[in-house]
Design a binder for this molecule. Structure first.
Ligand SMILES: Cc1cc2nc3c(=O)[nH]c(=O)nc-3n(C[C@H](O)[C@H](O)[C@H](O)COP(=O)(O)OP(=O)(O)OC[C@H]3O[C@@H](n4cnc5c(N)ncnc54)[C@H](O)[C@@H]3O)c2cc1C
Length: 387
């Protein structure tokens, strides 16, 4: 029998749940207050091997597919924890695995698998380019055996907690290439050498605890051997990784949604007003049931996208649709959960308001809903392009 959705990977799910039980709401509330990094949580996940499931066994990982990774992240989020601090350690290495040289793979992947090297920063977004990635301006100029990088990135998460970063740069100006997506390259930046020698990291305080930052490059030198693949082809290298990222983020939304539904159903059964549990009222029941329907449907799309990805088949549209459906379903569930809890939905100790803030992100990052709709309209439905 095929195991789908919640029933897939039962042992992995059970282990993740037991691990997450060590990190209750009070742990996350304390971190949230000071916007500090969940070091103990990330170290435990790393030690237990959950962040290396996508790394092939020959490089020290467990070589499981994306389905296993979605199960891990879903359970983390369903438990009330947040994988945002480290989920990128799972998939950012995919660019190296798929497009890196043999030397890069053997140098980095085994250490990423053990956690000795953290590769969980992915530098794409810039203040002036926004979602229009081909307009990035951060430029890497070849100088002997090095590239010299100048420019700026924004919203680069976990940069302070990464040893390596996958960085997207221009190596040829946009007006000098045949297609706007040409002339873009991927470089591996060793943060341990870079910070203070041409790279400055400035944290950005946001409405959630996400360790996101702004990066300033001022003549940063990176060895040319850190180029991934060939110069000028970087845009297509990162597309595959973006599909993995969208599917995994979608699974976090599914976990968030199930967290909100679990909490709301329990509270609605327990809380009595007017002499009866509020959950007896259909005005309370129906939004909870609707959230369940939406999350269940979105989870099917996440499973389909993950299966296509694992099979090496095209999955761009499915990854996008899964991310959109899951992020909208989790947001509906978040809003429903606050409403079900009444005033207690706003109380820090219930964790609802924290998860509400956290799950809102996923309609904007890693790609916003409008851009997904635009992809579906023009790539799937072949409507005329608007840009
Ligand atoms: C907490 C956080 C963490 C992040 N982490 C990372 C990271 O680690 N690495 C990284 O590279 N980036 C990261 N990002 C950036 C994120 O991917 C972008 O914020 C996101 O892709 C949206 O881009 P933007 O903010 O530039 O919005 P813009 O591109 O400026 O768009 C603003 C709004 O306009 C809409 N819009 C734009 N163009 C159109 C159009 N043609 N038609 C209709 N609507 C349109 C968008 O949908 C969006 O709603 C992060 C962002 C946040 C907030």
């Amino acid at each position: 029998m095929i195991e789908l959705g919640e029933q897939s990977y039962p042992e992995i799910r059970d282990s993740v749940r037991r691990l997450c039980a060590q990190f209750p709401g009070s742990y996350w509330q304390a971190l949230d207050r000071d916007r500090t990094y969940p070091t103990a949580f990330v170290e435990t996940l790393t030690r237990e091997g959950f962040l290396s499931v996508l790394i092939p066994e020959e490089f020290g990982g467990s070589g499981l597919g994306l389905g296993a990774a979605t199960a891990i992240l879903e359970e983390i989020h369903r438990s009330g924890c947040n994988g945002g601090a480290c989920h990128a350690q799972m998939y950012t290495m995919g660019t190296v695995l798929k497009h890196g040289s043999a030397a890069q793979k053997s140098e980095y992947l085994p250490k990423i698998a053990t956690g000795e090297i953290r590769l969980q920063a992915f530098g794409v977004t810039e203040p002036t380019s926004g979602t229009d990635t081909t307009r990035i301006r951060t430029f890497a100029r070849r100088d002997g055996d090095d590239y010299v990088i100048n420019g700026q990135k924004i919203w680069i998460s976990r940069a302070e907690y990464s040893d390596l970063m996958v960085l997207l740069v221009r190596t040829t100006a946009r007006d000098e290439v045949a297609k706007p997506s040409d002339g873009i390259s991927v470089l591996l930046v060793d943060m341990r050498d870079a910070v203070g020698h041409g790279l400055t990291i400035r944290p950005i305080r946001t409405m959630l605890n996400h360790a996101t930052t702004e990066l300033f490059f001022d003549d940063l030198r990176v060895p040319a051997r850190n180029l991934v693949g060939t110069e000028g082809n970087g845009f297509r290298y990162i597309l595959d990784g973006m599909n993995a990222e969208r599917i995994l983020i979608a699974s976090e939304c599914i976990g968030d949604g199930r967290f909100f539904i679990d909490r709301a159903a329990a509270y609605a059964s327990d809380r009595s007003v007017f002499g009866r549990p509020i959950g007896e009222n259909q005005g309370i029941q129906f939004p909870i049931a609707r959230a369940h329907v939406m999350i269940t449907a979105a989870a099917e799309m996440v499973a389909k996208a993950a299966a296509l990805f694992e099979a090496g088949l095209p999955c761009g549209s499915e990854a996008n649709m899964a991310k959109m459906l899951a992020s909208e379903a989790s947001w509906f569930a978040a809003d429903m959960c606050v409403q079900t809890h009444g005033g207690f939905g706003f109380a820090e100790e219930y964790d609802i308001e924290r998860k509400f803030r956290e799950t809102r992100l996923y309609q904007v990052a890693p790609i916003s809903t409008n851009l997904i709709l635009s992809h579906v309209a023009t790539h799937v439905l072949r409507l005329p392009k608007s840009f």
